[in-house]
Design a binder for this molecule. Structure first.
Ligand code: FES
Ligand code: FES
Length: 179
């Protein structure tokens, strides 16, 4: 066992973990942070995305011991003071989620994307989200949600003004299925 100390969603934690334990397992099984999802076993889907010292990582691709001394933010730590993060709000406004399985990772990746590039083009958004898979929305509404968040401060403010952009209806097949 190895002793690790880290901060998760603003709270300091310390635990003895097996060196082989993945960060996503630690978050879910030790801390009960089940908002972070395991969607594959091939490091492909991005459902497990969290922020490690402010940068998005796939937590199924990081050992818990590698997070020792770091600060981790999960989807459960994004809202502040009962207010959704602007990117969460944008996903709600733009119907960027359906089943929600991919949504935690999509949102965490989008927050990091907008931090790096507050005004991304559609192509840059699609490129920035290429490591996150969604089977439900056809991606169009997810891309619009990121655009909406960018237009409303890119996560700098929780204030949301104005109507959401037009949202397309239709099946994922009708909407297109590639990022
Ligand atoms: S569970 Fe981590 S990439 Fe799929
Ligand atoms: S909303 Fe269903 S996988 Fe993304």
């Amino acid at each position: 066992m190895a002793r690790i100390s880290l901060t998760v969603d603003g709270e300091k934690v310390a635990d003895d973990v097996e060196p082989r334990m993945l960060l996503v397992q630690y978050l879910r099984e030790k801390l009960g942070k089940t908002g972070t999802v395991i969607g594959c076993d091939t490091s492909n889907c991005g459902a497990c995305t969290v922020h490690l010292d402010g940068t998005s990582v796939k937590s199924c691709n990081v050992l818990a011991v590698q997070a020792d001394g770091s600060s981790v933010t999960t989807i459960e730590g994004l809202a502040q003071g009962g207010q959704l993060h602007p990117v969460q709000e944008a996903f709600r406004e733009c119907h960027g989620l359906q089943c929600g399985f991919c949504t935690p990772g999509m949102i965490m990746q989008s927050v990091d994307l907008l931090k790096e590039n507050p005004s991304p083009s559609e192509e840059e958004i699609r490129l920035g989200l290429e490591g996150n898979l969604c089977r439900c929305t056809g991606y169009h509404n997810i891309v619009r949600a990121v655009q909406y968040a960018a237009e409303h401060g890119g996560g700098a403010s929780s204030a949301q003004d104005g109507p959401p952009p037009e949202v397309e209806a239709g099946t994922p097949q009708e909407q297109g299925a590639s990022v």
